[in-house]
Design a protein around this ligand. Structure first.
Ligand SMILES: Nc1ncnc2c1ncn2[C@@H]1O[C@H](COP(=O)(O)OP(=O)(O)OP(=O)(O)O)[C@@H](O)[C@H]1O
Ligand SMILES: [Mg+2]
Length: 624
């Protein structure tokens, strides 16, 4: 992660702050106004205190009695200043808080929105834990210095005011100020530069720790069944230890610099008293002025720290911002077109692949990407069922991703009803096709919400109809709360087959005109699978049948298809009916027979509907 050298961190940090100000100019103006008001009143209070000492207290001591009128006046002035200072602090705090949290919320939204817009290829390259930390701690880190920023800006104005008022008072005292204030500023800059690499490292380790944690929870089943608890814990502990060391390094630096920043203004006050005593004896200044200036130095010490806070947070802010920007600037999202496809009466759609070539982007940009699909041409005619058959890794899932436009081809076209899918609007694509992916994804919500996904026009009647088609109505009706049953994170309270049928019902509820099933019923009993497919071909409720592209393994399923496309190594090797291929393509016959044998063996050893292991990593299933 390019967090930059410490040298340019200041410049880039200021740029990030500038961006924050451009985004929230009005709130920033309120906060800075409050802060400047406060700063000027701090100077004013120093001079009023000086005045009280010089004009009221000293004469009173000399006289032995207090002048009531002068005292009342001084008290009123101090009270007025205090009230105005409260107003200033209120405006600054409120403005800074608003600004910081609004920016955080806005960027969290932007980052998560961007995740959904980015193509699958990008998600394959980025760990889920990193994405979580991008949206959380990186966004927070980027806007951390916003909280003390208005205070720091007000303090800068105050320092200028202080130097001016020092010059108006006495040049010798002004010189002390001119030595102390820039020294304070310089110390702060050195501090933030030293801090930069340490903060960047800590921020990167935060993301890695959250990544490992996420992976081991996500893969809890694998970890447990393989007895890898100790190793997983050790892997996590090692990285957590690195994070601890990085944070201690940050703390150590703080420990060195914080006392220095604290001491410098006190040394300034001391210098003022020494120089001031000389000047007083020379008659150059009055007691009033000396007390005012000495007091000014003591009250300045605290606000000057605000500049230090901003500078100290800048490296972390830049590191966070870099990581956020990497997401916001990531390219490759697929622009949608303008064409809509939705006919007045729902009819099955025609899907066609024309000489499609595709390759996944290599994990690292400099590696060559290999071609996964080449010269793929086939059609799923309206209302027909086409089965995709081929060995593992042949490219079947890749074809289904292209069919629903999760990815775009390198060359060639994928069309729906003759229109290139790249020309369709997102909404039209979503209402036309539905993919049930190889790995079912279930949200931690009710059965109903999992099926409707808040899409309009899907009431309970439609939900039950979809569940019936997916042969899921039986088990859902038997759930304790029916449609209102919570299914747990990723559907952990459901069996593998139940989860598959739920995601199938979700796809069906949208009444797609083309249904793409990627091995979507593998955990379902073969008889049920055949019944589901038959039901989809001729819906019992008289609705229009959808066109179906199905990745299939079982003979019974394949036999239901109007046509079988046989793929090997990303190429369509043969096509025809099941019996034609059995007779003419030796590889096909071998594969189907092998599947059948494996199936029979499996059936002897275990029951279907068992829980399939949670997989680690990111599964993105898009039900359109
Ligand atoms: N995200 C990815 N990045 C890089 N290569 C990938 C990716 N997904 C799949 N591949 C590769 O593309 C090829 C085709 O994969 P695909 O998932 O389409 O096969 P499949 O026919 O669906 O296999 P299976 O029957 O095991 O599901 C494989 O060689 C695989 O290694
Ligand atoms: Mg697959």
């Amino acid at each position: 992660m390019a967090s930059g050298t410490s040298r340019d961190v200041l410049g880039r940090g200021l740029w990030v702050l500038g961006r924050a100000i451009r985004e929230q100019p009005r709130i920033f103006a309120v906060a800075v106004t409050g802060s400047v008001l406060f700063g000027l009143l701090v100077i004013a209070s120093a001079y009023v205190i000086g005045g009280v000492v010089g004009k009221v207290v000293v004469p009173a001591i000399a006289r032995g009695s207090v002048a009531g009128g002068a005292l009342a006046l001084a008290a009123t002035a101090l009270f007025g200043i205090s009230v105005l200072r409260v107003v200033g602090i209120f405006g600054r705090r409120l403005g800074a808080g608003y600004m910081q949290y609004r920016l955080q919320a806005a960027y969290r939204r932007r980052v998560t929105r961007r995740y959904l817009d980015l193509p699958l290829a990008w998600h394959h390259r980025n760990a889920t834990g990193t994405l979580l930390s991008n949206a959380n701690s990186d966004v927070e880190a980027a806007w951390y210095p916003i909280a003390p920023l208005p205070f720091a800006v007000g303090t800068l104005v105050m320092l200028v005011g202080a130097v001016v008022s020092l010059f108006l008072t006495d040049w010798a005292l002004a010189l002390v100020g001119l030595a102390v204030f820039p020294a304070l500023f310089a110390l702060n800059v050195v501090y933030s530069r030293r801090m930069a690499p340490r903060q960047a490292r800590a921020q990167r380790l935060r993301a890695e720790v959250s990544g490992i944690a996420h992976e081991s929870f996500d893969g809890a089943l694998v970890v447990k069944t393989m007895g890898r608890e100790a190793q997983e814990t050790a892997r996590f502990a090692a990285r957590a230890g690195e994070l601890r060391d990085a944070l201690i390094a940050v703390g150590r630096l703080r420990g060195v610099f914080d006392p220095m920043l604290e001491t410098l203004p006190s040394l300034g006050t001391l210098a003022v008293l020494v120089v001031g005593a000389v000047r007083l004896r020379q008659g150059a200044i009055s007691v009033t002025e000396l007390v005012s200036v000495a007091f000014l130095f003591t009250v300045l010490a605290f606000p000057v720290r605000a500049i230090g806070w901003v500078l100290a947070e800048l490296p972390r802010s830049v590191a966070g911002w870099d990581r956020v920007r990497r997401v916001l600037d990531a390219t490759g999202e697929m622009p949608y077109g303008e064409v809509t496809l939705d006919p007045a009466t729902p009819t099955p759609a025609t899907l066609a692949f024309h000489d499609v070539h595709f390759g996944y982007e290599p994990a690292e940009a400099h590696l060559p990407g290999t071609e996964v699909l080449g010269e793929v041409t086939f059609t799923v005619p309206a209302g027909k069922t086409v089965a995709l058959v081929g060995p593992t890794g042949a490219g079947k899932s890749t074809i289904t991703s292209l069919a629903v436009r999760l990815v775009d081809p390198r060359a060639g076209t994928v069309t729906l009803d003759g229109v290139d899918v790249r020309e369709l609007t997102a909404a039209s694509l979503a209402s036309t096709v539905a993919l049930v992916a190889q790995v079912p994804f279930v949200f931690d919500d009710t059965v109903r919400a999992n099926i409707t996904l808040d899409r309009p026009g899907i009431g309970d009647e439609e939900v039950w109809a979809a569940l019936r088609l997916a042969e899921a109505d039986g088990f859902v009706a038997a759930l304790p709360d029916g449609l209102d049953t919570m299914v747990g994170e990723r559907g952990t309270s459901l069996s593998g087959g139940q989860r598959q049928r739920l995601t199938l019902a979700r796809a069906l509820a949208g009444r797609p005109r083309l249904l793409v099933l990627d091995d979507a019923t593998s955990a379902v009993d073969p008889r049920v699978e055949a019944a589901i497919l038959a039901g989809l071909r001729t819906p019992a409720d008289g609705g229009a049948p959808a066109s179906i592209l199905v990745v299939a393994y079982r003979r019974a399923t394949i036999a239901l298809a109007d046509e079988v496309i046989y793929v090997e190594h990303g190429r369509v090797v043969a096509r025809g009916t099941h019996s034609e291929l059995l007779a003419t393509v030796p590889g096909y016959a071998d594969l189907v027979t092998a599947y059948e044998q494996a199936e029979q063996e499996r059936e002897q050893h275990r029951t279907y509907d068992e829980v399939i292991p949670l997989t680690s990593g990111l599964e993105v299933e898009v039900d359109r």
